[in-house]
Structures are given as structure tokens and as C-alpha cells.
Design a protein around this ligand. Sequence first.
Ligand SMILES: [Zn+2]
Length: 502
Amino acid sequence: MRLLLATMSHETNTFSPVPTKLDRFCRDGTTLLSGQAAVDFYRGTGTCMGGYLAVANEIGAEVVVPVCASAPPSGPVDHEAYETFCRLILDAVAQGGFDGIWLDLHGAMVAERFDDGEGELLSRIRAIDPQTPLCVAYDMHANIFPAMVSNAQIVTGYQTYPHIDQRQTAERAARALLRVMRREVKPTSAWGSAPMLPHVMAQGTHQAPNKDLQALCASWEASGRALAASLFVGFPHADVEMAGLSAVVVTDNDPTEAQAMVDELISAAWTARRDFMFDIEPLEASVSRAKSMGAPGELPVVLLDHYDNCASGGTMDTTDTLREIIRQDLDDVVFFGIYDPDAVRQAVEAGVGATVTLSIGAKLPMPQLPVASAPLTVTGVVQTISSGSFRLKGGLTPGLQIYMGRTVVLDTGKVQIVLLSRHIEPTAQEMLQVLGIDPARKKYVAIKSRVHWRADLGKIAREIVECAGVGVCTSDYGQLTFRKVRRPVFPLDPELKWNQPA
Ligand SMILES: [Zn+2]
């Protein structure tokens, strides 16, 4: 058996000023992975490609991997980069001789010329090869367009947020497609969407309503009622027509049942739409509340600087939450982090042990926001300089090699500020431990994260305080000008009445 495996993954925040060129898709900053190098990189990891490779290995299949392109979220994907990925995949498809095509796509990719990056790729594949069975594993944040479903036999989506089931999602797709390839089942899909943009901060599967919706999907797959059932909460910061919540269900030759399950999912989500909203507390009040909670010798209070999470397209260089933490004089804080390659370079030149005064952050203008951040001047001792390279043991993607890039810890006495030269979301304790910091022993752990931190850092949180700073993944939709998303849509149109499926 011969399989084509490929990754083309990007969650595009159309409000983000961070450019998305080809180099961002190089995991180590220099190399676009393909072939044996891609297999070696992903084999055994808790990623979609890790899942595909495990199933391929189990059945003794030969794999061809034309590209594994995966980048942290940012602005629309550069046209040349997008066409490069498509060409690599399409050239491989055109060679032919594959028994199956297994794809790892995010589902919320916006390319400069295509709002539906994944649907465009799939349509091009089908124009060359209309026959070979094809499956796709999507992120739960996929914004589903019709071509993303109609061009695949099997579609699966993550059923956890934080996404700790990436590997399993690909394995479910692969195993269902194997049944198609063996002609044991005849897949038929249904999909539908509800006109709603759930807030990311209210999408976690540690709580209702998403917890219950995902459990429903898993129960249908377990019982065999569905070959695959997925509820996509969508990614609201991709301002495209189909942004928002949708469901895709695949059954064995039963379109009526598939549609019934889709209708049940989107109807239940719509009924719970107000629970998918997030209430915002002013920043000053949040930090003050955190200050009253901190206690030495206990597990930390976690402060979430959630408007500026790079894993949702944030610049990761806004300073407002850090500034407020310093202004209110919190002590024993680690702040992860501020993206500022210039500041990193200056600290590295000064060397470990040197006292430096740096102007950090706010170097990337955010023209799509009505508010701006400002650089922050800090004085501290360069405590740590790290290459930022290590293999993750736990967290979201166990086994994956991480390249944080050159990383510095600047200690102001009360706050240890992590300065970064690449965009990386703090999700695991290991990311701090490699910098010589044990987060469990801090009074405060302040991070630019929204939900993914719960995968590992969540284990040590005594209290959680959400901080409304500044950033392009703002939780305040009122700060964003939506131009393309279908209207009316809840909660942009809060009084919307929608005739949900019975
Ligand atoms: Zn996601």
C-alpha cells in the first residue's frame, strides 16, 4: 500500500500584522520539512502527522511526504508560500499510484488570494485525481467552507481544547479511511453551520457547552452511528464568510442520519450560544484581584494575557498587562513573554549577569485595532540566555522538538521577564524549566495564552485571572471591524433570531 501524507497548517488571524512568509513554516527556522526528514521529525510525536505515521507503520504502508508545512498563527499566508505548498502536494498527487491521501490541514487558513486556503487545495487535488480516497484531520478551530468537506471522504476534527488529541484525530481519520479503501464502508457526509462566533475564551472542553458537544461526537463514533463526527467551534479572528461554528458528520451510506446528527449538534450549540460568550473585566481590576490572591509557598496564581496570544495570531509583544503587573507592584512573578528579537540581541551582547536597561515590546504596529500598545522600559539582570531548543515531554504535543529560538530571562527583582525571538505560546511547565524557572514555586505565572496552557501549566494553577490587555486576538469583538463574515451572526448581531434545525 502506498500513501501520500502531507501537512499544510496555519490558523490565519486576518487582523494580525505578523507576516506569514515561507520561513515561518520552517519548524527550525530554516528548513521546510519533507520526505524522510519530515518522517523523522514527526514520528512518535503527539501530532497529526505522528498519528498518520503510526497507522501507516502499523499496516506496513509506504509513505510519500511531499511537505510538512506548519506555522504559528499570524496574518494571511503569503501568496508565494501558499503556491509552494500546493505545488509540492499537487506534483506528488500527479505522479499517481497512491491508495490513499491523508492530509493534516488546519482549516482556518486564509491565503492572500484565497479565503478558503484548504478548500482551494482540495479542489485542485480533485481536479487532478478525482478518485483516490482522501481524508483530512482538521483543527477544532476550522472555519468550514463547502469544498473542505465535499472533496474528502473522511473529515475528522479535534475533540479537545486544549488540543491534546491531535494524534488521535489523525488516527481516527486514517482508520476510517482505511475502511473506505477496503470498500467496507461507503462514506456519506453532511455538514451545516450555525450563524455564531463563539468566543475563544469560552470554547475550552474543560467546561460546558463545548465539553458536552464534543462528548456527543465521541459517543456517536464509539457506537458506530457515525464514521466520524466533528463539531468545529471555528476561529472568529479569521474574517471570512464562513467563520464560526459548524459540524461535519460522516456515516456509512446514510445521508439522513448524517444530517440528523449535524442538525442536533448545531441546534444544541445555538441554544447554548450565550454560554459561548466571555465577560470582560477591566485590566486594572484583574491585576488587583490577582494581587490579593498571591501567597508564598502555595501554587501560583496564573494571569492570562489573553488578548495577545501568539497561538491565535497575537504579536506577543504588547506590554499592557506586564506594565500593570509592575505598576501594582506584584512580586515573585514570571512573565512569559515578550517577543522582541532586538531586546534579546542586546541582552545577549551584555551577557549573563549584566544589568541592562531595555525598551521592550510594542514594535509591531497593529493598524486593525483602535488601541495601541507602547514600549516598556525595564531594568534588570540578564539571568539566563538559552537556545530555546528542547524536546517536549508532555503538554500538547509530547515528543515534538521545540525551537523557541534564542531566549533570555531578564530579572527585574520582582518580575522575571522572558524575552523571545520566535513566537511560541507558553503551554508547558517545561518551557519555563529549560530557562531555569520552576513555575510551580512562583507566586504568579503570567502568560500570553488563552486555553492551551491548561494542557500542562493548568496542573499547577491555584487561581486563574484573565487579564484584558491589548492585542489582535482581543476577546472584545467591539475592537474589530468585521467585513467579510456572513451577517447576521451572533453575537455581532445580538438579537439575531435563527430558525435552528428541529
Ligand atoms: Zn485550534
